[in-house]
Design a protein around this ligand. Sequence first.
Ligand code: TXA
Ligand code: MG
Length: 323
Amino acid sequence: MTKLFQMREDESVEELLKQKEMAQLGQILREGGLVAFPTETVYGLGANAFDAEAGKKIYRAKGRPSDNPLIVHISKVSMLAQVAREIDEEAKALIEAFFPGPLTLIVKKSENIPDEITAGLDTVAVRMPSNKIARALIESAGVPIAAPSANLSGRPSPTHYKYVVEDLDGRVDAIICSQDSEIGIESTILDISEKPWKILRPGAIGPSRLKAFCKNLRYDTAVKGEVPKAPGMKYRHYCPDAEVQIIPADLDAKALDALIHEYETQGRRVLLVEEQSATVLAREIFKIFRMADERGYDLVLVREVKGDDMSDAVMNRIHKAAQ
Ligand code: TXA
Ligand code: MG
């Protein structure tokens, strides 16, 4: 049985911590259960990061391949010492600037974190969410919380609780039903476990903000045949059942009309997405993918956005869905 908890992010972490529901949820996590919760990026599916058995439950609930490690979530910087080792001055400056927020750091792992959480790697992904319910939940559990996105493996990440319920009802102990995710795509992943630092997954915090903290910032190339450093990046992700196609930013309206007409005469149901703001597109894209399936569209055409970090981040997800 999955228990649903309605909660709003209108109060401070301290106020949220006084609620008896929050105490109950913290206890479920401490005792090895699974709780889905909101974050500012997407909803996450949490388990005690010190508990190998609880970690395994996450993989089972999501149907996730066990070679794909989890992100460990902390509620305050002082928790980092329980998760990571060898945090140097440069890393501290980064943490000072971007925690809490949508940035995940890959660092050397502490012995406290079992192999089941990191898929046997000597590094661990760690992030401090800015969402207050997420931080209150971690505080209430009193342990760091391992959490992938709260979707079934291969489905678009959930940015509304109804999609968490759709994917995970009956598979987890509790789901916190809260507001829509503010950002809508997953956190930036920055590998600082070795030099040069590398962005393994683009997100809302992009190179233009990060470069002040690192001189030699690179994107992980993950070219064909090479093993991507974030194991999760090799799986087909974010995809609706409908086909996804990208419309180049400079394709004129006439050519686009002709293209849509051609698809429709083939009997295909086409959904056109022409959102010019990358921030809005990021917030909406996973919802649009899910809605396209609900309403029986065969093809989703998404107009390309470009020119800033957020555009690169959202186009990364759309390219993956279009593969
Ligand atoms: O915004 C987010 O990051 C959301 C919320 C819930 O915090 N979480 C999320 O988790 O997107 P998930 O599991 O869907 O994606 C985690 C990614 C995967 O691509 C995984 O391979 C990578 O992080 N990852 C985890 N640990 C790693 C490590 N030690 N080294 C390299 N990549 C790692
Ligand atoms: Mg995911």
